[in-house]
Design a binder for this molecule. Structure first.
Ligand SMILES: [Zn+2]
Length: 287
């Protein structure tokens, strides 16, 4: 009996670590949501608090990686974390679909869909589980900002490009999900996540925040633009000068870390803008 249990635990640990398409690792999602929390209006914070599940203990950031945890239980959701493109361009009508060709089933479609569902908050006839809608939305806004989540189909967003991150064997996708962030945490922040969040937040100027949050008046989100930015960053930074079996070290780390930090900052500011637009209707009228 004990052996069987051990085997089951072993199997679960393998599945839990499946490498494909996790997007920002736990830390990237947590940081994105922590930054978003700072930009929520009082009215939005109240609605978010109302929708959060008990396990969140009132902290939005604590459930921002939830969608990765349920992707095997909710198999239908696994395609909603990313977009594959044929080249360094992205077109919603061509690229936003799942592997069976069903339209809208990609990270941009999911952001728009969950945003729309959340607009029924307060409507007693809403048939949606808005707690789950919120947890999906906050995760996917993070995902669409991880450049390689809008990556080339040929290498599954860098998942099939095996490289060494310093001495450790991994793949390019994982470098952008986790390794760059982990190395920064270790080298610059004594592994203290809150110091890194603070540093990223301090770098966000008011004009940055204004220019990133540039679609406040529209009913749909600007997720399509964020995906377009990501494929360009994938081609200009993530894939650039990387060959199969390459060893990526200081040169790559120092030149790409600013991109990662900017995407976490943008993800946070834009997530807050989307949530404010959904839950704080007074804001839409003022602007
Ligand atoms: Zn994801």
């Amino acid at each position: 009996m004990g052996l069987i249990l051990l085997f089951i635990v072993f199997l679960i640990s393998i599945f839990a670590r499946a490498p494909t398409g996790e997007a920002w690792g736990k830390q990237g999602h947590f940081m994105t949501c922590k930054i978003a929390e700072k930009y929520l209006t009082e009215k939005t914070s109240k609605a978010v608090l109302d929708l959060l599940p008990e396990i969140a203990n009132g902290e939005l950031a604590s459930v921002c990686a939830w969608a990765d945890e349920v992707r095997f239980r909710y198999r239908w959701s696994s395609h909603l974390h990313y977009i594959n493109t044929p080249d360094c361009t992205y077109k919603f009508s061509r690229d936003c679909h799942d592997n069976k060709g069903v339209k809208d089933r990609c990270v941009v479609g999911a952001i728009n869909n969950y945003t729309e569902q959340l607009r029924s908050y307060g409507d007693s006839s809403s048939g949606y589980n808005l707690t789950e809608s919120l947890m999906f939305l906050v995760h996917f806004v993070g995902d669409v900002h991880q450049p390689l989540h809008v990556g080339l189909e040929a290498d599954e967003g860098g998942n099939t490009i095996i490289i060494h991150w310093y001495r450790r064997k991994t793949n390019l996708h994982h470098v952008w999900d986790s390794n760059i962030i982990e190395t920064a945490l270790k080298d610059f922040y004594r592994n203290d996540q809150s110091s890194m969040i603070e540093a990223i937040s301090k770098n966000i100027t008011d004009s940055d925040a204004d220019s990133w949050d540039n679609c406040r008046n529209k009913r749909v989100t600007c997720a399509n633009n964020y995906a377009l930015e990501s494929i360009h960053l994938s081609c200009n930074y993530a894939y650039k000068d990387v060959e199969e079996n390459a060893t990526l070290g200081d040169d790559y780390f120092f030149s790409r870390l600013p991109v990662v930090e900017k995407r976490i900052a943008q993800g946070g500011v834009r997530l807050a803008a989307i949530l404010n637009q959904i839950f704080d209707t007074s804001l839409v009228e003022i602007i």
